[in-house]
Write a protein that binds this ligand. Structure first.
Ligand SMILES: NC(=O)c1ccc[n+]([C@@H]2O[C@H](COP(=O)([O-])OP(=O)(O)OC[C@H]3O[C@@H](n4cnc5c(N)ncnc54)[C@H](O)[C@@H]3O)[C@@H](O)[C@H]2O)c1
Length: 328
């Protein structure tokens, strides 16, 4: 994907959560595009090795600065946004089960942390504040595909926090004129997604267990479906959102592929790519999980020019190759 707007200019992008999975992928792409990256992360779930990768990619250009800090600290948010053109706010405590186990910390980080970032971005008059929302904001709305505007009731503190982020962002746009864009990610996967955390996502868990020769657990009957989205598509969405005009401001957009696969299908494909013949274990469904998820991506396409370039199958191949090289 080419971004003509970035060809002749170097902008300063603040990527929060840059030590995490999506943040490191965004940061590496921005460095490749000749941009300056300010990375903010408290390394609570993210990894120093991801920061080291970004620093190495920036190399002699010096177009990189890392701030180790917490988005709950308003002074840190002010320091990080100083002189920044665009904010790509990814920092959060991910995972629905984590938020059910500890709703207070999740909400302090995911909701108040975002309000702190919005406030700092408004003070420094950034050009665009792009932030990670989530498909979980659709909650119990059963209709497929999910369309912006047809949200149901949220099913977890995590989802409620993300919905709160969207309300505050729209509000900061209306009240203070801050151009904000929310990205409702649908099950993002790809290289550098953490396999070790107790709250790891389904694809890294399947890979970790299969590589170790263990039988992975599938929650429910495996017919739960998701719109699995390769991380390069999320990276593209962030850059397109930053560069999009006024028409995207104050809004939230589905970021996905517009296709769904069941956990059973996913499992079979991963097992095949890893060359493993292991029968999974089926367990009870997790509280807070929705049964099916599939996005309508036409709003992001129409208002920001978003067009996913890597589909589910190709993305899985790229991811499994990366995991084999990194862990195999
Ligand atoms: N991965 C997905 O499928 C998915 C789906 C929907 C939404 N999201 C959202 O996308 C964003 C990025 O997700 P990810 O998968 O890269 O998660 P991740 O856990 O890999 O990265 C999150 C990063 O935020 C950092 N962080 C956490 N609390 C912080 C704090 N208080 N101050 C500063 N940094 C802090 C962590 O150290 C980590 O590096 C998150 O907002 C997440 O909620 C992700």
């Amino acid at each position: 994907m080419n971004y003509p707007e970035l060809q002749d200019d170097s902008y300063r992008f603040l990527v929060t959560g840059a030590a995490g999975f999506i943040g490191v992928n965004i940061s590496l792409k921005l460095i490749e595009l000749g941009q300056f990256v300010v990375a903010l992360d408290d390394l609570s779930t993210g990894k120093q090795e991801n920061i080291d990768k970004i620093a190495a990619a920036a190399g002699y250009t010096g177009r990189f600065r890392f701030i180790k800090g917490d988005i709950r600290d308003r002074a840190v948010c002010m320091e990080a946004t100083n002189g920044v053109d665009y904010v790509l706010h990814q920092a959060a405590l991910g995972s629905v089960p984590r938020s059910i186990a500890d709703p207070i910390t999740s909400t302090e980080v995911n909701l108040m942390g975002t309000v702190n970032m919005l406030t700092a971005a408004k003070e420094h008059k950034v050009k665009k504040f792009v932030y990670a929302s989530s498909s979980s904001v659709y909650g119990d709305a059963p209709a497929l595909p999910k369309i912006e505007g047809n949200e149901g009731t949220t099913l977890s503190p995590y989802a409620t926090g993300k919905l709160g982020d969207e309300l505050f962002a729209a509000n900061y746009h209306r009240v203070y004129g801050l151009p904000t864009v929310g990205l409702r990610y649908f099950n993002i996967f790809g290289p550098m997604q953490d396999t070790e955390s107790a709250y790891a996502a389904v694809i890294p868990i399947f890979v970790r267990e299969l590589l170790a020769g263990r039988a992975p657990t599938i929650n429910g009957d495996g017919e739960t479906s998701r719109d699995f989205t390769f991380v390069d598509n999320a990276v593209q969405a962030n850059i397109k959102a930053a560069l999009s005009g006024d028409k995207s401001s104050g809004k939230s957009f589905n970021i996905a592929c517009g296709r769904r696969a069941t956990l059973n299908e996913l499992y079979q494909k991963i097992a095949l790519l890893l060359g493993k013949d292991i029968t999974p274990v089926y367990a009870t469904e997790r509280p807070g999980d929705v049964r099916h998820s599939l996005a309508d991506i036409s709003l992001a396409r129409d208002l920001m020019g978003y067009a996913p370039e890597i589909d589910f199958e190709k993305g899985l191949e790229l991811s499994i190759q990366w995991y084999k090289d990194a862990l195999g």
